[in-house]
Each structure stands twice: as structure tokens, then as C-alpha cells.
Design a protein around this ligand. Structure first.
Ligand code: UT7
Length: 390
């Protein structure tokens, strides 16, 4: 990660690449009828969701994130070695540590990048994008990869019909690059109210709620499942969308009439419709795919953004508002002036360079881990005398 705080000319952070990855396995509402006491009709009417994707055994938050990231690098026609920063917004990281971002950085061969995970639940992607944009605008870095990736299916209580019908798995990624062209990320509003921590939660080892050694393993595993007060979260979501979208738009020096698209967190179609009514914005301006993917938490905004960009719906110079809300409680809105008319067509040479970089990254990582194991073994034998002094 480069650090150079001498930028003088104004710098802007533009999204130049986007990609997504969802598991192949589809779980329909009818499938859910066989698991919990629910119905396709109830789920469609109360949420707008028809189906969601569920990770296969070998799919993880990192594997989904890697696929989305490679697609985003492809669209941006960028080499992973040029990345300065990788941020993964997730509530379902592979480990408490190391970060899932480090695993993705390694798999991509992003050898010059810093990497970290960011925890802000369903608003995580907006927080992460803002952090990356700040680093770009300050002159500290040139290019960042921001990923929202989740395997929510592994956090769900599959006996709780109030939550298990809502969520799905997937990942979305964007490449963010420095540019002298005005536009890109214009303004952000980030907020939190931790007094709502009980409304939507999944405790882990650091929590008094989850740590009960005398209760045995089963209790402790059960305590890691998600719980939610749906009605309260619904009320919160509609309130903060109504407040934070106009606030971010005003901060960007724009009016609501300037907004072309709203890309909301995909939690519930009724929340989206409520926001459209209360803000008096036509529903057609809201990008929604909740019907097909359910709520993929931090991945939902970049997946919706990616689908809209791929379909050519978002045009150069249009104004977008991203809006997220969820556990924390945390929420945020961000205004973007879309910067590029058409993504550059990747040449065969560029594609080949990226493939070589990914293969090399895999081999380099394996070799580094093997050498570390051999080094540790030698340290335990008389051969250690042959090693150079530290
Ligand atoms: O990304 C994080 C943000 N999360 C959200 O945005 C979620 C926000 N909340 C919601 O989307 C909605 O509150 C839910 C979809 C979770 C629930 O919808 P609701 O209209 O608020 O339903 P409710 O919780 O008020 O429950 C109404 C009834 C209850 O039955 P009774 O007490 O009226 O007899 C529930 O037990 O619906 C029942 N119910 C269900 N019935 C069939 C709850 N879940 C289900 C279900 N199938 N899956």
C-alpha cells in the first residue's frame, strides 16, 4: 500500500470495474416450505423474495469474493499487482483472523496491496467504499478493490422462519481508481446507533452472550446464529432511508431531481417501495433484484450495482445514490457521479497477463507456505546451524 500525502491537483475516486458471483444452487420459497412453517405466498407478499442462492460445500466467502474481484478487475482492465488496497465488507468472514481480504489479496496476487475486513453488516459495502475513496482522494493510494461478500446461509438459524427465508449468499466487487476527471464518489453519510444492537445480532467469541463454557459446545454454536426483531428493523430501515438519502444528495450539492438511480440494500421489496413513496421518487429509479437473490447483506448493493452496470442501465454522468442499513444499527448513503461511458475493452494480452498473475499467485502462495514449514522443521533439527543467522 503506497503512502504519499503530497497530492496537490484535485483527485477523484471513480468506479472503473464491477463484478459479482453467486452460488449456482437456488433455494426457492417452495423449497423453504419443506424446511420451516412458511409459504411461498407469505414470503412473496411480505418480502418480494422468490428465491435466493446458497453456497455449495466448497464455496466460501473468500471464493465468492475472489470470483467477483477477478470479474471487476477484468472490466477495469487492471492488473492485480497494481492494487494498493483490498477491503472486504462482510459479516461472515472465513476467520476471526486472518482477514478474508488477506486471503483474497493472496489469491489475486495483489502483492502491493494492504488488506483488511470491515464489519458494518449490511451497510459494510458503503463504509468500505467510502474508506477506499478517502484514501484515493487524499493521494495515499491509486487503486482499490472493494468487495462485499457473504455466506449468510451459514449464520442462519434454519428453524427460525423470521430470518432464514430472507437471506442468501453472494459477492460483489468494484475497482476504484484515482482520476483527475471530476465525479466519482461525491458525498457520503455514515451513521450508527449502537443502542439498537439487540435488534439484529450474531454474537461470537468475544461476547458475553456467546461465551458460556459450562453450557457445552452445542449451546455455544447455537449462540452464534443470527437473531432479528424484524418489525423494529423494518421501521428503522424506512426511517433512515428517508433521512439519509436527501442528506447525502444535499452534501453533494445536488437536489433529489438530479438523482437518476437509487441502489438500495436489498432487504425487502416493501422497504424499497416504502422509501419510494416517502421520498416521492418513482419506483423505477430503484434498482432491485431482491426477488432473485434475497438479502445478501454486505454483498447486496454491489451485486445490484453490478447487474445494473452490466445491463447498461447506468450511463456516464448519471447520479446514483447507494443506501444501506442493518445491524449496528448502522446505516449510510453515498452519492456517485458515474464516470465512464463504456468500460475499456480488455485486450487479449491484458487477459493473458491476469491469468498468469493468478496462476503465479497460487504457486507463490503454496511455495511460501511450504518453505515456511520446511524452515520451521529445520529450526527444530541440528541442521539449523546451516541456516544464516537472523
Ligand atoms: O439486512 C438487514 C435488514 N433486515 C431487514 O431489513 C428486515 C426488516 N424486516 C422485515 O423485512 C420484515 O419485518 C419481515 C419480513 C422480517 C417480517 O415481516 P412482517 O410483515 O414484519 O411480519 P411480522 O414479523 O410482523 O409477523 C407477522 C406474522 C406473525 O404471525 P402472527 O404473530 O401475526 O400470528 C409471524 O409469526 O407473520 C408470521 N411470520 C411468518 N409466517 C409465515 C413471520 N415469518 C413468517 C414466515 N412465514 N416466514
Amino acid at each position: 500500500m503506497a503512502t504519499n500525502h503530497q497530492a496537490s491537483a484535485p483527485r477523484y475516486a471513480h468506479i472503473t470495474g464491477w463484478g459479482m458471483a453467486v452460488p449456482e444452487r437456488v433455494l426457492t420459497n417452495l423449497d423453504l416450505e419443506a424446511i420451516v412453517d412458511t409459504s411461498d405466498e407469505w414470503i412473496r407478499e411480505r418480502t418480494g423474495i422468490r428465491e435466493r442462492r446458497i453456497a455449495a460445500e466448497k464455496e466460501t466467502t473468500a471464493t465468492l469474493g475472489i470470483t467477483a474481484a477477478r470479474r471487476a478487475l477484468e472490466v477495469a482492465n487492471a492488473l492485480p499487482s497494481k492494487l494498493d488496497l483490498v477491503i472486504v465488507a462482510t459479516s461472515t468472514p472465513e476467520h476471526i483472523f486472518p482477514s478474508t481480504a488477506s486471503l483474497i489479496q493472496d489469491a489475486l496476487g495483489a502483492s502491493s496491496a494492504g488488506a483488511f475486513d470491515l464489519s458494518a453488516a449490511c451497510t459494510g459495502f458503503i463504509y468500505a467504499l467510502d474508506m477506499a475513496a478517502q484514501a484515493i482522494r487524499s493521494g495515499s493510494i491509486e487503486m482499490a478493490l472493494v468487495i462485499g461478500a457473504e455466506t449468510m446461509s451459514r449464520l442462519l438459524d434454519w428453524e427460525d422462519r423470521g430470518t432464514c427465508i430472507l437471506f442468501g449468499d453472494g459477492a460483489g466487487a468494484v475497482v476504484l481508481q484515482a482520476s483527475s476527471v471530476p465525479g466519482g464518489l461525491l458525498s457520503t453519510v455514515l451513521r450508527s446507533d449502537g443502542s439498537g444492537r439487540d435488534l439484529l445480532a450474531a454474537p461470537t467469541v468475544g461476547s458475553k452472550d456467546a461465551y458460556a463454557p459450562e453450557a457445552g459446545l452445542e449451546h455455544n454454536i447455537a449462540m452464534h446464529k443470527m437473531t432479528m426483531n424484524g418489525r423494529e428493523v423494518f421501521r428503522f430501515a424506512t426511517r433512515v432511508m428517508k433521512e439519509s438519502i436527501p442528506e447525502a444528495v444535499a452534501r453533494a450539492g445536488l437536489t433529489m431531481n438530479d438523482v437518476d438511480w437509487i441502489v438500495p440494500h436489498q432487504a425487502n421489496q416493501r422497504i424499497i417501495e416504502h422509501a419510494a413513496r416517502s421520498l416521492d421518487i418513482p419506483l423505477e429509479k430503484f434498482i432491485s433484484n431482491v426477488e432473485r437473490f434475497g438479502n445478501t447483506s454486505a454483498a447486496s448493493i454491489p451485486i445490484a450495482l453490478c447487474e445494473a452496470a452490466e445491463a447498461g442501465r447506468i450511463k456516464a454522468d448519471q447520479i446514483l445514490v447507494l443506501v444501506g442499513f442493518g445491524a449496528g444499527l448502522a446505516w449510510g448513503s453515498m452519492v456517485i457521479k458515474w464516470g465512464i461511458a463504456e468500460p475499456p475493452e480488455p485486450t487479449r494480452r491484458n487477459r493473458y497477463q491476469r491469468q498468469v498473475a493468478y496462476t503465479f499467485a497460487r504457486q507463490r502462495s503454496r511455495l511460501a507456505r511450504t518453505l515456511r514449514r520446511i524452515g520451521a522443521w529445520i529450526q527444530r533439527t541440528p541442521l539449523r546451524r546451516l541456516l544464516p543467522p537472523e
